[in-house]
Ligand binder design. Structure first.
Ligand code: ADP
Length: 323
């Protein structure tokens, strides 16, 4: 292995910095030079590579976002752009690339390695937690904890009775943040994008919460709610239950800006280190993940061919405890 490169791509998620740091330090420990690609796949296409050493990743563990910068690069879907990126890697004598990102980024990594000599290892990084082949992706834990901080404040400020607080959290296609924030934040109902809104069930849960003596009621809604969004849901609820008042809070970008939690720092550290290990071992198109508490190497394509589904057990627990 002459040299390893590391890139963060797609939406940023807390814990990416821990993974970048781990890649750089694991390379240092293995005696393999390492370069960072700036600004996601766009930086790869433009050849924005810079050498990194153990000191250049100091002081980033606690920071959200990513030292290297990230972003979307629609051009990378074309093989011309990928070949351009491959040329820059060849000139820099890079034999292995660690890609930290969501499903889109991992697909890009797979395509790159099929068309160029570079070998790739993927680290799942997305607050949506929708990458197959791993139980957890970087950022979910931090996003949920940041949603909980907001939820706890809403709860503490709920001064008058009879209010329904609808809190919109991340999750365009996957309901992990919604389910976990709802379950651990004491919600009466969660809405996830995997299923269309069941207004009758929502109404029954809200009614039930007040009938059982709750002073207020919390509903956690994923941003990918169909049909309509959280505001439409609030309007429909308002129209159907005239003795309650709804309040909407949209958390949006706040969830990405949180300091990474211990779990995300640990996951980033473990998987970044494992990615270097896998490349040094000669692996290619491999995804590093965590299954049942163990680090695993699985084929990269598992990320999209076996998408992570929401836990039915946790959904059932949520329903049982929301009383
Ligand atoms: P995420 O990695 O968080 O899922 P995106 O879906 O936006 O985010 O993907 C990030 C980048 O990965 C895209 O901007 C594009 O450069 C690249 N990408 C996404 N899908 C593909 C694909 N099917 N083939 C090649 N590259 C892709």
């Amino acid at each position: 292995m002459r040299r390893i490169a590391v890139v963060t791509s797609g939406g940023d998620s807390p814990g990416m910095n821990a993974a970048v740091r781990a890649v750089v330090r694991a390379c240092d420990a293995a005696g393999v030079p390492v370069v960072g690609v700036e600004g996601g796949f766009a930086g790869l296409v433009d050849g924005r590579l810079r050498p990194l050493d153990a000191r250049s990743v100091s002081g980033i563990l606690q920071r959200p976002g990513t030292l290297l910068g990230t972003g979307r690069c629609p051009a990378f879907r074309s093989s011309e752009a990928r070949r351009e990126g491959g040329k820059h890697l060849a000139v820099a004598e890079v034999d292995g690339l660690v890609v930290i990102g969501g499903v889109g980024s991992l697909r890009g990594a797979e395509a790159l390695s099929r068309e160029t000599p570079v070998r790739v290892a993927g680290v799942p990084g997305t607050i949506d937690n929708d990458v197959g082949g791993t139980d957890w992706s970087l950022g979910l834990d931090s996003a949920v904890n940041s949603a909980l901080t907001a939820i706890d404040q809403i709860r503490d400020s709920a001064s008058s009775d009879g209010r329904v607080f609808l809190v919109e959290v991340a999750g365009r296609h996957a309901g992990w943040v919604s389910l976990l924030a709802g379950l651990t934040g004491g919600a009466s109902h969660v809405v996830v994008p995997e299923r269309a809104v069941d207004l009758a069930a929502l109404r029954a849960d809200v009614r039930g919460a007040f009938d059982r003596g709750k002073a207020f009621c919390l509903v956690v809604v994923a941003e990918g709610t169909r049909p309509g969004g959280v505001y439409e849901l609030a309007e429909r609820l308002d129209a159907e239950l005239d003795d309650v008042e709804t309040r909407v809070t949209v958390l949006g970008q706040l969830q990405r800006g949180a300091a990474p939690t211990m779990r995300d720092r640990l996951l980033g550290s473990v998987l970044g280190d494992a990615a270097v290990d896998a490349l040094v071992d000669g692996e290619d198109r491999v995804l590093l993940g965590e299954r049942a508490g163990r680090v695993v190497r699985v084929p990269l394509s598992r990320a999209w061919t076996a998408p992570a589904t929401l836990s039915a057990d946790l959904e059932a627990l949520m329903a049982r405890l929301a009383r």
